[in-house]
Design a protein around this ligand. Structure first.
Ligand code: URA
Length: 430
């Protein structure tokens, strides 16, 4: 057996060479076990950031990350004696992106099972687990046995990635403090290691593009999408990606409970057009990839079957939708100084405002305010009269209002002409 040492492997990458497969395994296993030191992994991450990794190297890096924990397997999942197809969606992170909530219910109502390992928000991005935890009693830590039972029964589960790809949790925290987050192979392997470990047979990626997203340009997002699709294929998971617009928040609600409320509106057959359209498009992609045809996802929103799946999922995870969702005790409104038409609303400005109000966290483990957030009353292109309420801000801590207003201030305008409409779906991978 070849033996490795960290300085030699760091030098290999520093000098622009390929890391040997067994060396990658050794590094990830050793780092997860605490045998490769933080400073050595820091140096290696910077070398990868500067030199990159080729496709095969990224596949091996991802495999090693998956192997650092449990890889779940739901291939034998059955309902009423028939095999159940598993399929999931992952978003690279957006503003007002509550799509997972209605989507898992729609796809479950169409006959698939959705094991959706999710994360928490950090910085300006919202986290699906934080949103769902604003429902009283909702539990995100599920054992594999409970998850399997819920998938076979309800058909959907949204749970904490927990023991999946533990190498990623360590590596992500280290990347965060060593300025090495923005490396495409490191992002792709981080996202895909968790999603491939969760045991889904098919995966649709929603790669966000725009001011509120990780990827600001469609070119960069396309490259990341191709890399992740390749990683899925290399690990036997049918994967497809959509590039979608994230310059403006999705829907009218940005926060935690406020986004759950909007997801419930969608499940009840209403809700903002863009949230409904993206939910249905992603649902269609997921069903196609899972080989389920002859069902209309839109019908599940009309006939209440998606809502039934959602309430069943919440109940199975200990949640009680009968308890009112929390709303921040202090509210502040922003009104229009003039009449006209609402222009573009900058997703990042709204995200930062919601974060300042307490909806997000600046350090892992920090508590979020479930009732904090921003409601958007006029969306881009809507007519505005002087004095109309444009935004409502919610928080439990009044001193957070002024910094939130400052973030929001430069993020919108009321003018004389409507903004250029932006297509919601920018591109789909073949
Ligand atoms: N999300 C992840 O899980 N990892 C990254 O590196 C970036 C976004």
């Amino acid at each position: 057996m070849t033996s490795f040492d960290a300085p030699t492997l760091i030098a290999t990458k520093r000098d622009g060479h390929r890391l040997p497969d067994a060396g990658i395994d050794w590094l990830i296993e050793g780092y997860t076990a605490g045998l490769v030191a933080e400073e050595q992994m820091s140096a290696l991450l910077m070398a990868i950031y500067l030199r990159g990794m080729d496709a095969a190297e990224t596949v091996r890096w991802t495999s090693a990350m998956i192997a650092s924990g449990e890889r779940m397997d739901f291939t034998d999942l059955r309902r009423d004696g028939k095999p159940l197809k598993t399929v999931d969606k992952h978003s690279t992170g957006g503003v007002g992106d509550k799509i997972t909530l209605p989507l898992v219910a729609v796809v479950a109502a169409c006959g698939a099972a959705v094991p959706s390992a999710s994360g928490r928000g950090l910085g300006h991005t919202g986290g699906t687990l934080d949103k769902l935890e604003s429902i009283a009693g909702f539990e995100v830590a599920l054992s594999t046995a409970r998850l399997r039972e819920q998938l076979a029964g309800v058909g959907a589960a949204v749970f904490a990635a927990g023991a999946l790809a533990p190498a990623d949790a360590k590596l992500y925290a280290l990347r965060d403090v060593t300025a090495t987050v923005e490396s495409l192979p490191l992002i792709a392997s981080s996202v895909m290691s968790k999603k491939l470990a969760e045991g889904t047979a098919a995966l649709v990626l929603d790669v966000k593009v725009g001011s509120g997203a990780f990827m600001r340009s469609a070119e960069q997002a396309g490259e990341l999408a191709q890399m992740m699709v390749g990683l899925g294929a290399a690990h036997g998971v049918a994967t497809r990606a959509l590039l979608t617009e994230m310059s403006t928040p999705l829907g009218c609600a940005v926060g935690n409970a406020i986004e759950v409320a909007e997801a419930l509106e969608v499940l009840a057959g209403g809700g903002p057009d863009d949230v409904v359209a993206l939910t249905l498009r992603l649902a269609q992609e997921m069903l196609t990839l899972a080989g389920i045809d002859g069902v209309d996802p839109a019908q599940t929103l009309r006939d209440g079957t998606a809502m039934d799946r959602f309430t069943a999922m919440v109940a199975a995870q200990g949640g009680d939708l009968g308890v009112p969702l929390p709303v921040g005790a202090c509210t502040e409104t922003v009104t229009a100084q003039r009449g006209g038409v609402m222009g573009d609303i900058d997703a990042m400005a709204v995200a930062l405002a919601a974060w300042r109000l307490g909806a997000g966290r600046s350090r892992p483990g920090e508590r979020v305010q479930h009732g904090a957030g921003v409601r958007i009353h006029r969306r881009p292109g809507d007519p505005v009269a002087a004095g109309d309420t444009l935004f409502t801000l919610y928080t439990d801590t009044p001193e957070r209002t002024a910094p939130a207003l400052a973030e929001l201030g430069g993020g919108y305008c009321v003018g004389d002409t409507p903004p250029q409409p932006r297509p919601l779906i920018i591109e789909a991978t073949p």
